[in-house]
Design a protein around this ligand. Structure first.
Ligand code: UFG
Length: 341
């Protein structure tokens, strides 16, 4: 029988790509998602790619009673990947209590249920936002965790602490936190991708929407940073490479290869890339022209962050190896595929 993995937030952007990679690697997947920031049609996309429709349950993880019923039904669960969370930095400043309530309560419920049903394995979706603006680049897993710049960032920092405390109290639990840098792109089939509801906040969906004509121009926030071309630098990682890392993390836990009961890995490419470099790579990959204009810096943005990926490369035997141009090409194909949605 195939191992059954729970993917919370599995109809979301990274969750759906991870569900695909898990299924293609021989796992069975059950998704819990309340569709607060995703669409049910994503299940069709996963099925179109893999030929398998994952099990699906629609409820909020803050509902502990419902979660317990879920565990009774799916009693052969072997591991959990926890993506489900509110994730918009700006919104978290306006609605901090929603963020603390939702992101903490869902995680606490999961950890409680893991103890109750002897479910030992957790992969947690964390973020490079926990580092703030690091003093040294590239940023390693040992870099200091600075005060978070938003309630969203704070939920990621504290969630990692909650998991570690839960492990101290219950030594059957093992967890891996994966700190993502900037995931971009879509599945090469263009059956799934990022579906921003409303106006996109992130660079690449805004860029592709501009090129397809949904937005008049791409606003480049800041050209006076202390970077070679003055624009902000990030570590853009292909979402399918990122999804593959989750499969490896799950296998590491199931096979007992983890060195400690709690581990943390940076998931990025190891290469910083500026906004102008993204624009140039997109134009080269697609032959399309990007209409952009410089605007003032966006409040809260940092100048530069990119990952030291040595630990993930060595311990997970994983590397993000899809080129930036290939990645941006998938983002463009996806934008064209959803043109009429
Ligand atoms: N940018 C623009 N124009 C836009 C959008 C973004 O110039 O329309 C620039 C930003 O100023 C930044 C870069 O593009 O320099 C990347 O911005 P994104 O909004 O795509 O990504 P962020 O790095 O700001 O944020 C992402 C995730 C967060 C996460 C954070 C961790 O969206 O959830 O990485 O650093 F917390």
């Amino acid at each position: 029988m195939k191992p059954l993995i729970l993917v919370t937030g599995g109809t979301g952007y990274i969750g759906s790509h991870t569900a695909v990679e898990l299924i293609q690697d021989g796992f069975e997947v059950v998704i819990i998602d309340n569709l607060s920031n995703s669409r049910i049609e994503v299940l069709d996309g996963i099925e179109a790619i893999t030929g398998v429709r994952p099990y699906y349950e629609n409820f909020n993880l803050c509902d502990f009673k419902r979660l317990r019923q879920f565990c009774e039904k799916y009693h052969r669960l072997e591991a959990i990947i926890h993506f489900a969370a509110l994730k918009a930095v700006g919104e978290s400043v306006e609605k901090p209590l929603d963020y603390y309530h939702n992101n903490f309560e869902s995680l606490i419920n999961l950890l409680q249920i893991m103890g109750e049903y002897s479910l030992p394995n957790l992969v947690f979706s964390s973020s490079c936002t926990v580092y703030g603006q690091p003093d040294n680049l590239p940023v390693t897993e040992d870099s200091p965790i600075k005060k978070a710049s938003s309630p969203y960032g704070n939920t990621k920092q504290v969630s990692e602490e909650i998991i570690q405390d839960a492990i101290v109290a219950n030594n059957t639990i093992k967890a891996i936190s994966l700190r993502y840098f900037n995931p971009i792109g879509a599945h090469p089939s263009a059956h799934i991708g990022e579906l921003p509801l409303g106006i996109p906040l992130n660079l690449v969906p805004y860029l592709t929407q501009t090129v397809i004509g949904k937005r008049p121009e791409l606003r480049v926030f800041g050209n006076d940073y202390e970077t070679p071309d003055g624009t902000g630098i990030r570590d853009y990682i292909y979402v399918v490479d990122l999804a593959r890392a989750h499969v490896i993390a799950i296998k590491r836990l199931l096979e007992g290869k983890n060195l400690k009961s709690y581990e943390v890995f940076n998931l990025g490419t190891g290469k910083g890339c500026s906004v102008l470099e993204i624009i140039n790579a997109f134009e080269k990959a697609t032959g399309e022209k990007v209409n952009y204009k410089f605007y003032p810096r966006r409040p809260g943005d940092i100048a530069a962050v990119y990952a030291d990926t040595t630990l993930a490369n060595r311990e997970l035997g994983w590397k993000a190896d899809t080129s930036l141009e290939q990645t941006l090409f998938t983002a463009w194909n996806w934008e064209k595929a959803i043109r009429h949605k």
